[in-house]
Design a protein around this ligand. Structure first.
Ligand SMILES: [Fe+2]
Ligand SMILES: [Fe+2]
Length: 208
């Protein structure tokens, strides 16, 4: 689908700029597809959630490089600048009428089930379902990936963390659905991450 390809180009622009998140959007999009299918989403709804997962961090394009790549602890104004990325992403995507639903899912991907997220502090089912799915997959990918300031958690450690955040950070129904996928993810993702790392270390990857 051409539309899907164009979205992937937008994301490549973001990820070419920020090496640490390279591959993140693609992994979140793949996990989102697995989880959305698992809870029975189909057709246009499934496609919209999948695309929203690809673009969920597109607003980071509007965050200064200096802040985005900072490895030390963030100052409060720097944290605020990073936390503006869902709104920036929304503004970019909402320019297209066709992307309005996707823009809304992007806007709310950092909300929490208990209402303590951002930017709107939405609670429970008031958060779009697509945003709740992306939020869980986003956190799983972040926890299971190495970052410059910390090593990745094992999949078991990550699962313990997800369970401890059930009904606080994450939709409890989605945590239950993820349990059925965990074994498959645990095998699939480390293999794909290793493959990606090899690619990143090759010359072509730095020329995208
Ligand atoms: Fe984000
Ligand atoms: Fe993300």
């Amino acid at each position: 689908m051409v539309y899907h390809d164009i979205i992937e180009c937008l994301v490549a622009a973001l990820e070419a700029r920020d090496p640490y998140t390279r591959g993140h959007s693609e992994r979140v999009a793949d996990m989102t597809l697995d989880l959305a299918r698992r809870i029975g989403l189909k057709g246009a709804e499934l496609e919209a959630v999948h695309i929203a997962a690809h673009v969920h961090d597109i607003g980071k394009i509007g965050v200064p490089d200096k802040i985005l790549s900072k490895q030390d602890k963030l100052l409060p104004h720097e944290r605020d600048a990073i936390q503006r990325h869902p709104k920036i992403g929304y503004r970019i995507l909402a320019k297209s009428k066709k992307l309005k639903r996707i823009a809304l899912m992007t806007l709310h991907h950092h909300e929490r089930w208990d209402g303590n997220g951002y930017p709107s502090g939405l609670k429970g089912e008031a958060i779009p379902l697509g945003s709740r799915i992306i939020a869980l997959c986003d956190a799983v990918d972040a926890m299971t990936s190495d970052r410059p300031y910390r090593q990745a958690l094992s999949w078991q450690e990550c699962w313990d963390e997800v369970v401890s955040c059930k009904a606080l950070q994450f939709d409890p129904v989605l945590v239950e659905a993820a349990e059925g996928l965990w074994h498959m993810w645990e095998i699939k993702w480390p293999k794909r991450q290793a493959k990606k790392l090899k690619l990143l270390q090759s010359k072509e990857a730095f020329e995208i």
